[in-house]
Design a protein around this ligand. Structure first.
Ligand code: MN
Length: 233
């Protein structure tokens, strides 16, 4: 039997609606700039005919279950919410054709890609990695995963409120690269595995939160997500 000097890290996981088993989470992928109106509010535009999607990753240890209170992170003065549809992979897939993408979909969740915006933009504008802005402890928030095997979501309202006030309100039909295209493209680079989560990008309306704020969000027909911002450490 293998023994370890230090206890191995806990397996990141999420509840699954209607099941007692949890979803063991493997990798966390995030699509950047996948709604035109959000790209524009970030000062960028996307020309789908000339560009491919891009991605960043976060450590699975950043996964936080909906309903939690997260510590307001250190080293930021501009901590932002991003409401996203989260796709859960349920079968191995490499170089998956878009028309076959549904075959590796397990289900979906409602997620938040919490971001140190000041550090992300500083890194972006200096050509540095985004890790300090994006790979923030506790920043990958997700609801329970809703089993929808083989279902490709093409049209669903996506919305977020802070303290009950609407900040984001859009539809996943505005994704620049849709679910099939994301799976096809990302699987050119990675051997996708069951338990991989793909955060599909945020619509416009992102903004800052402060300790004490309560975030609620949803993807219609999928799930709701909630997060309370706690005090700074
Ligand atoms: Mn995002």
């Amino acid at each position: 039997m293998t023994t370890y000097l230090f206890p191995p890290p806990a397996i990141a996981s999420l509840p699954i609606r209607g099941k007692t088993e949890r979803l063991a989470v493997n990798r966390l992928f995030f699509v950047g700039r996948n709604y035109h109106a959000h790209a524009l509010e970030m000062g960028k535009s996307v020309d789908k005919s000339a560009e491919r999607p891009f991605y960043f990753t976060k450590a699975p240890q950043t996964l936080t279950q909906s309903g939690a209170t997260m510590t307001y992170p250190s080293e930021t003065k501009n901590f932002h919410f991003e409401m996203e549809l989260v796709l859960a992979i349920g079968a191995p897939g490499f170089q998956v054709a878009a028309q076959d993408a549904h075959k590796i979909i397990y289900g979906y969740g409602a997620g938040l890609d919490m971001t140190r915006r000041d550090l992300q933009l500083l890194a972006r504008d200096k050509g540095r990695p985004w890790d300090l802005g994006k790979d923030v402890e506790q920043s990958s928030v997700c609801s329970e995963i809703v089993p929808m095997p083989g279902v490709v979501i093409e049209d669903a309202g996506i919305a977020l409120e802070v303290n009950g006030q609407t900040k984001q309100n859009s539809n996943v039909d505005k994704l620049i690269w849709n679910i099939r295209e994301i799976i096809a493209d990302l699987s050119l680079f990675y051997h996708l595995q069951p338990g991989d989560l793909i955060y599909t990008g945020t619509p416009e309306g992102v903004g800052a939160v402060l300790p004490g704020d309560k975030i609620t969000g949803r993807v219609d027909g999928v799930a709701e997500v909630a997060l309370t911002i706690g005090a700074a450490q």
